[in-house]
Design a protein. Structure first.
Lengths: 150, 150
Protein backbone atom coordinates (compact mmCIF):
# COMPACT_ATOMS: atom_id res chain seq x y z
CA UNK A 1 0.00 0.00 0.00
CA UNK A 2 2.86 2.32 0.76
CA UNK A 3 3.71 2.48 -2.91
CA UNK A 4 0.25 3.79 -3.71
CA UNK A 5 0.52 6.44 -1.07
CA UNK A 6 3.94 7.45 -2.29
CA UNK A 7 2.67 7.61 -5.86
CA UNK A 8 -0.26 9.76 -4.84
CA UNK A 9 1.96 11.99 -2.78
CA UNK A 10 4.47 12.31 -5.61
CA UNK A 11 1.67 13.20 -8.00
CA UNK A 12 0.54 16.01 -5.73
CA UNK A 13 4.11 17.21 -5.76
CA UNK A 14 5.36 16.10 -2.38
CA UNK A 15 9.09 15.64 -2.18
CA UNK A 16 8.51 13.20 0.66
CA UNK A 17 5.42 11.47 1.98
CA UNK A 18 4.23 11.27 5.52
CA UNK A 19 3.07 7.91 6.76
CA UNK A 20 -0.61 7.24 6.16
CA UNK A 21 -1.24 7.65 9.86
CA UNK A 22 -0.46 11.30 9.49
CA UNK A 23 -3.27 11.78 6.99
CA UNK A 24 -5.92 9.48 8.46
CA UNK A 25 -6.42 8.65 12.10
CA UNK A 26 -8.88 5.82 11.40
CA UNK A 27 -9.93 3.74 8.37
CA UNK A 28 -13.34 5.50 8.44
CA UNK A 29 -11.56 8.80 7.92
CA UNK A 30 -9.78 7.40 4.87
CA UNK A 31 -13.08 6.13 3.44
CA UNK A 32 -14.83 9.44 4.04
CA UNK A 33 -11.93 11.32 2.44
CA UNK A 34 -11.69 9.23 -0.71
CA UNK A 35 -15.45 9.35 -1.27
CA UNK A 36 -15.47 13.11 -0.76
CA UNK A 37 -12.58 13.61 -3.18
CA UNK A 38 -14.40 11.46 -5.77
CA UNK A 39 -17.62 13.45 -5.25
CA UNK A 40 -15.92 16.78 -5.84
CA UNK A 41 -13.97 15.46 -8.82
CA UNK A 42 -17.11 13.96 -10.38
CA UNK A 43 -18.94 17.27 -10.05
CA UNK A 44 -16.30 19.24 -11.91
CA UNK A 45 -15.80 16.48 -14.46
CA UNK A 46 -19.56 16.60 -15.01
CA UNK A 47 -19.44 20.32 -15.66
CA UNK A 48 -17.01 19.71 -18.52
CA UNK A 49 -19.21 16.83 -19.66
CA UNK A 50 -22.32 18.99 -19.74
CA UNK A 51 -20.57 21.14 -22.33
CA UNK A 52 -19.02 18.19 -24.18
CA UNK A 53 -22.48 16.66 -24.46
CA UNK A 54 -24.19 19.90 -25.43
CA UNK A 55 -26.43 20.03 -22.36
CA UNK A 56 -25.16 23.53 -21.54
CA UNK A 57 -23.63 26.11 -23.88
CA UNK A 58 -19.89 25.77 -24.36
CA UNK A 59 -17.82 28.32 -22.50
CA UNK A 60 -14.09 27.89 -22.94
CA UNK A 61 -13.07 29.56 -19.68
CA UNK A 62 -15.50 27.47 -17.63
CA UNK A 63 -14.31 24.30 -19.33
CA UNK A 64 -10.70 25.22 -18.61
CA UNK A 65 -11.28 26.05 -14.96
CA UNK A 66 -13.16 22.80 -14.37
CA UNK A 67 -10.71 20.61 -16.30
CA UNK A 68 -7.86 22.14 -14.32
CA UNK A 69 -9.65 21.33 -11.08
CA UNK A 70 -10.33 17.76 -12.20
CA UNK A 71 -6.64 17.28 -12.99
CA UNK A 72 -5.71 18.49 -9.50
CA UNK A 73 -8.44 16.47 -7.77
CA UNK A 74 -7.58 13.28 -9.69
CA UNK A 75 -4.45 12.93 -7.59
CA UNK A 76 -6.25 12.92 -4.26
CA UNK A 77 -8.65 10.00 -3.67
CA UNK A 78 -6.15 7.17 -3.91
CA UNK A 79 -4.31 8.05 -0.73
CA UNK A 80 -7.57 7.03 0.97
CA UNK A 81 -7.41 3.39 -0.10
CA UNK A 82 -5.37 2.43 2.94
CA UNK A 83 -5.04 -1.08 4.30
CA UNK A 84 -7.91 -1.88 6.62
CA UNK A 85 -10.41 0.31 4.78
CA UNK A 86 -12.04 -2.37 2.62
CA UNK A 87 -15.08 -2.61 4.89
CA UNK A 88 -17.40 -0.03 6.36
CA UNK A 89 -19.36 2.66 4.55
CA UNK A 90 -17.76 1.89 1.20
CA UNK A 91 -18.45 0.24 -2.14
CA UNK A 92 -14.78 -0.55 -2.63
CA UNK A 93 -14.21 -4.10 -3.90
CA UNK A 94 -11.54 -6.25 -2.23
CA UNK A 95 -9.70 -6.43 -5.57
CA UNK A 96 -8.40 -2.93 -4.88
CA UNK A 97 -6.08 -4.54 -2.38
CA UNK A 98 -5.68 -8.03 -3.83
CA UNK A 99 -4.86 -6.65 -7.31
CA UNK A 100 -3.04 -3.57 -6.09
CA UNK A 101 -0.84 -3.30 -9.18
CA UNK A 102 -3.81 -3.40 -11.55
CA UNK A 103 -5.69 -0.88 -9.45
CA UNK A 104 -2.66 1.38 -9.49
CA UNK A 105 -2.43 1.10 -13.28
CA UNK A 106 -6.12 2.03 -13.60
CA UNK A 107 -5.51 5.02 -11.36
CA UNK A 108 -2.54 6.12 -13.49
CA UNK A 109 -4.60 5.72 -16.68
CA UNK A 110 -7.36 7.96 -15.33
CA UNK A 111 -4.89 10.59 -14.17
CA UNK A 112 -3.25 10.55 -17.61
CA UNK A 113 -6.63 10.89 -19.34
CA UNK A 114 -7.76 13.82 -17.22
CA UNK A 115 -4.37 15.47 -17.73
CA UNK A 116 -5.06 15.16 -21.47
CA UNK A 117 -8.52 16.62 -20.94
CA UNK A 118 -6.89 19.55 -19.17
CA UNK A 119 -4.59 20.07 -22.17
CA UNK A 120 -7.55 19.83 -24.55
CA UNK A 121 -9.55 22.33 -22.49
CA UNK A 122 -6.72 24.84 -22.72
CA UNK A 123 -6.98 24.78 -26.53
CA UNK A 124 -10.55 26.03 -26.29
CA UNK A 125 -11.48 23.62 -29.09
CA UNK A 126 -14.75 21.87 -28.29
CA UNK A 127 -14.08 18.91 -30.58
CA UNK A 128 -10.80 18.19 -28.80
CA UNK A 129 -12.56 18.55 -25.44
CA UNK A 130 -15.31 16.15 -26.51
CA UNK A 131 -12.77 13.52 -27.60
CA UNK A 132 -10.68 13.86 -24.43
CA UNK A 133 -13.78 13.86 -22.24
CA UNK A 134 -14.93 10.63 -23.87
CA UNK A 135 -11.63 8.92 -23.18
CA UNK A 136 -11.51 10.10 -19.59
CA UNK A 137 -15.09 8.98 -19.06
CA UNK A 138 -14.16 5.50 -20.24
CA UNK A 139 -11.37 5.39 -17.66
CA UNK A 140 -13.76 6.36 -14.90
CA UNK A 141 -16.30 3.75 -15.97
CA UNK A 142 -13.76 0.98 -16.39
CA UNK A 143 -12.34 1.50 -12.91
CA UNK A 144 -15.80 1.74 -11.36
CA UNK A 145 -16.90 -1.44 -13.17
CA UNK A 146 -13.88 -3.31 -11.87
CA UNK A 147 -13.42 -1.89 -8.41
CA UNK A 148 -16.72 -0.47 -7.19
CA UNK A 149 -19.64 -2.58 -5.98
CA UNK A 150 -23.11 -1.87 -7.36
CA UNK B 1 -27.51 33.75 -4.17
CA UNK B 2 -26.34 34.42 -7.66
CA UNK B 3 -23.76 36.82 -6.34
CA UNK B 4 -22.27 34.08 -4.18
CA UNK B 5 -22.08 31.75 -7.12
CA UNK B 6 -20.50 34.42 -9.26
CA UNK B 7 -18.00 35.19 -6.54
CA UNK B 8 -17.08 31.54 -6.16
CA UNK B 9 -16.83 31.12 -9.89
CA UNK B 10 -14.68 34.22 -10.22
CA UNK B 11 -12.42 32.96 -7.45
CA UNK B 12 -11.88 29.70 -9.31
CA UNK B 13 -10.97 31.79 -12.30
CA UNK B 14 -14.07 31.52 -14.44
CA UNK B 15 -14.57 34.36 -16.86
CA UNK B 16 -18.27 33.65 -16.77
CA UNK B 17 -20.46 31.54 -14.52
CA UNK B 18 -23.01 28.98 -15.52
CA UNK B 19 -26.33 29.05 -13.73
CA UNK B 20 -26.42 26.96 -10.59
CA UNK B 21 -28.64 24.45 -12.35
CA UNK B 22 -25.70 23.53 -14.52
CA UNK B 23 -23.66 22.47 -11.50
CA UNK B 24 -26.35 20.84 -9.36
CA UNK B 25 -29.44 19.05 -10.57
CA UNK B 26 -31.02 18.88 -7.12
CA UNK B 27 -30.52 20.58 -3.72
CA UNK B 28 -29.27 17.22 -2.33
CA UNK B 29 -26.48 17.28 -4.90
CA UNK B 30 -25.44 20.73 -3.77
CA UNK B 31 -25.42 19.61 -0.12
CA UNK B 32 -23.37 16.50 -0.91
CA UNK B 33 -20.92 18.56 -2.94
CA UNK B 34 -20.34 21.29 -0.38
CA UNK B 35 -19.86 18.75 2.43
CA UNK B 36 -17.43 16.75 0.30
CA UNK B 37 -15.43 19.84 -0.60
CA UNK B 38 -15.25 20.78 3.10
CA UNK B 39 -14.13 17.25 4.02
CA UNK B 40 -11.29 17.26 1.52
CA UNK B 41 -10.24 20.78 2.46
CA UNK B 42 -10.27 19.93 6.18
CA UNK B 43 -8.07 16.91 5.59
CA UNK B 44 -5.37 18.88 3.83
CA UNK B 45 -5.66 21.78 6.25
CA UNK B 46 -5.20 19.23 9.03
CA UNK B 47 -2.02 17.95 7.45
CA UNK B 48 -0.53 21.42 7.66
CA UNK B 49 -1.88 21.70 11.19
CA UNK B 50 -0.22 18.48 12.27
CA UNK B 51 3.10 20.07 11.42
CA UNK B 52 2.19 23.47 12.83
CA UNK B 53 1.24 21.78 16.10
CA UNK B 54 4.29 19.51 16.16
CA UNK B 55 2.30 16.27 15.95
CA UNK B 56 4.32 15.20 12.91
CA UNK B 57 7.79 16.30 11.85
CA UNK B 58 7.87 19.44 9.74
CA UNK B 59 8.50 18.86 6.07
CA UNK B 60 8.48 22.04 4.00
CA UNK B 61 7.49 20.38 0.70
CA UNK B 62 4.57 18.53 2.29
CA UNK B 63 3.39 21.71 3.99
CA UNK B 64 3.59 23.59 0.69
CA UNK B 65 1.71 20.96 -1.31
CA UNK B 66 -1.06 20.78 1.27
CA UNK B 67 -1.37 24.54 1.74
CA UNK B 68 -1.59 24.95 -2.03
CA UNK B 69 -4.38 22.39 -2.16
CA UNK B 70 -6.26 24.10 0.68
CA UNK B 71 -6.06 27.42 -1.15
CA UNK B 72 -7.54 25.80 -4.27
CA UNK B 73 -10.19 23.87 -2.34
CA UNK B 74 -11.24 26.92 -0.30
CA UNK B 75 -12.92 28.33 -3.40
CA UNK B 76 -15.20 25.35 -3.96
CA UNK B 77 -17.73 24.64 -1.20
CA UNK B 78 -19.65 27.89 -1.35
CA UNK B 79 -21.18 27.27 -4.76
CA UNK B 80 -23.07 24.49 -2.96
CA UNK B 81 -25.04 26.81 -0.67
CA UNK B 82 -27.79 27.25 -3.23
CA UNK B 83 -31.30 28.43 -2.44
CA UNK B 84 -33.46 25.53 -1.34
CA UNK B 85 -30.61 23.60 0.25
CA UNK B 86 -31.12 24.69 3.86
CA UNK B 87 -32.83 21.46 4.80
CA UNK B 88 -31.93 17.82 4.29
CA UNK B 89 -28.71 16.07 5.26
CA UNK B 90 -26.99 19.25 6.36
CA UNK B 91 -25.96 21.16 9.46
CA UNK B 92 -26.20 24.47 7.64
CA UNK B 93 -27.96 27.15 9.69
CA UNK B 94 -30.67 29.27 8.05
CA UNK B 95 -28.54 32.37 8.73
CA UNK B 96 -26.43 31.36 5.71
CA UNK B 97 -29.31 32.56 3.59
CA UNK B 98 -30.89 35.19 5.85
CA UNK B 99 -27.51 36.89 6.49
CA UNK B 100 -26.07 36.21 3.05
CA UNK B 101 -23.78 39.23 3.10
CA UNK B 102 -22.26 38.28 6.46
CA UNK B 103 -21.82 34.70 5.33
CA UNK B 104 -20.13 35.89 2.17
CA UNK B 105 -17.78 38.09 4.21
CA UNK B 106 -16.88 35.12 6.41
CA UNK B 107 -16.18 33.06 3.31
CA UNK B 108 -13.93 35.80 1.90
CA UNK B 109 -12.07 36.05 5.22
CA UNK B 110 -11.35 32.33 5.25
CA UNK B 111 -10.19 32.37 1.64
CA UNK B 112 -7.90 35.30 2.41
CA UNK B 113 -6.47 33.53 5.45
CA UNK B 114 -5.75 30.29 3.62
CA UNK B 115 -4.18 32.28 0.78
CA UNK B 116 -1.88 33.78 3.41
CA UNK B 117 -1.16 30.30 4.75
CA UNK B 118 -0.21 29.28 1.23
CA UNK B 119 2.21 32.21 1.02
CA UNK B 120 3.64 31.33 4.44
CA UNK B 121 4.08 27.69 3.44
CA UNK B 122 6.09 28.72 0.39
CA UNK B 123 8.61 30.46 2.67
CA UNK B 124 9.38 27.15 4.33
CA UNK B 125 9.50 28.98 7.66
CA UNK B 126 7.68 26.97 10.33
CA UNK B 127 7.06 29.96 12.58
CA UNK B 128 5.32 31.81 9.77
CA UNK B 129 3.30 28.70 8.97
CA UNK B 130 2.26 28.32 12.61
CA UNK B 131 1.07 31.93 12.76
CA UNK B 132 -0.83 31.73 9.47
CA UNK B 133 -2.32 28.36 10.39
CA UNK B 134 -3.59 29.80 13.67
CA UNK B 135 -5.31 32.69 11.91
CA UNK B 136 -6.88 30.43 9.29
CA UNK B 137 -8.06 28.05 11.98
CA UNK B 138 -9.82 30.91 13.74
CA UNK B 139 -11.65 31.73 10.48
CA UNK B 140 -12.81 28.13 10.15
CA UNK B 141 -14.01 28.02 13.74
CA UNK B 142 -15.76 31.37 13.63
CA UNK B 143 -17.73 30.45 10.53
CA UNK B 144 -18.60 27.01 11.92
CA UNK B 145 -19.72 28.57 15.21
CA UNK B 146 -21.98 31.01 13.39
CA UNK B 147 -23.28 28.96 10.50
CA UNK B 148 -23.07 25.26 11.38
CA UNK B 149 -25.45 23.48 13.74
CA UNK B 150 -24.00 21.31 16.49
Amino acid sequence: MNRLVLAAAAAVGFATALPVAAQFQKPEDAIKYRKAAMTVMANHFGRVGAMANGRVPFDAATAQANAELVATLSKLPFAGFVEGSATGDTKAKPEIWTEADKFKAAQAKMQEDVAKLNVAAKTGNLDQIKAAFGEAGKSCKSCHDNYRKE
